[in-house]
Design a binder for this molecule. Structure first.
Ligand code: TMP
Length: 235
């Protein structure tokens, strides 16, 4: 399958149309942004790692009954995916305190939660992706109750599968953000699962192996992405 026209360019990916109206090609970039695009940089090799890691994890999730947009990996950076209408919700699951949760709750990072949390942000750059609950999502018409139920159920399943999988690689899944889309009326997992969108800590040393190294200027950003990729064993 070949790229036709550039449909959309986001902060980390370009999306192209194809000859199939139901399929798009995503092309992952090395560009990195944080804080609503205020901080910009490049993480060399990130595009290929995020593309290949997302596809690898999406295959595991499909096998566990979570439908995804994956059709076919074309090359290191490019993948054919189902053309979905993205539900404008960032769905965040947390297993440990970190990031905005730790700040809001006045907790240190790295404390295991009694049970995983699920939260929604409204995907809207002008509003800086505000935290909302399911009543807001319904009131604003962002999704139906049935869709919110499916999204929540899948999100916890994604957490269960990924948490176990990463544990086997010596990685603690601290938290992550996922996005869903509508494809012929069904909710399916879309976007990506990568060190850009997950907090991944080495289980033993608690070293951060994710985009927080870029967000917080911790150094060794490329090394962290490479280390996660190496542990996936898909080189
Ligand atoms: P937070 O603690 O900053 O709310 O982030 C929670 C998780 O969501 C963390 O794994 C990083 C991820 N995330 C994104 O993927 N995109 C974003 O724009 C933000 C703010 C967080």
């Amino acid at each position: 399958m070949e790229k036709k026209e550039l449909l959309y360019e986001g902060k980390a990916k370009k999306v192209f149309t194809t000859e199939d109206p139901d399929a798009l090609i995503v092309s992952y970039k090395d560009d990195a942004t944080a804080f609503d695009g205020q901080k910009k940089g490049t993480i060399v090799g990130k595009g290929a790692i995020n593309n290949r890691m997302t596809n690898h994890v999406f295959k595991l999730l499909e096998a566990e009954g979570v439908p995804t947009h994956l059709i076919e990996e074309l090359n290191d950076r490019e993948t054919v995916v189902k053309k979905v209408e993205i539900v404008p919700l960032e769905v965040i699951i947390r297993n440990f305190s970190a990031g905005s949760f730790a700040k809001k709750m006045g907790m240190e990072e790295g404390i295991e939660l009694k049970q995983p949390t699920l939260e929604f942000s409204y995907k809207n750059d002008d509003l800086h992706d505000p935290f909302i609950n399911s009543y807001y999502a319904l009131a604003l018409g962002l999704a139906t109750q049935e869709e919110i139920d499916a999204i929540s159920r899948y999100a916890f399943k994604v957490n269960e599968v990924m948490r176990n999988y990463f544990a086997g690689l010596g990685i603690e899944l601290i938290d992550f953000k996922i996005e869903f889309g509508r494809f012929h009326g069904q909710i399916i997992l879309a976007d990506e699962v990568s060190p850009d969108t997950c907090r991944l800590w080495d289980k033993e040393t608690h070293e951060k192996l994710d985009k927080d190294r870029f967000r917080r200027d911790l150094g060794n950003v490329e090394d962290a992405y490479q280390e996660v990729f190496r542990r996936l064993g898909i080189q």
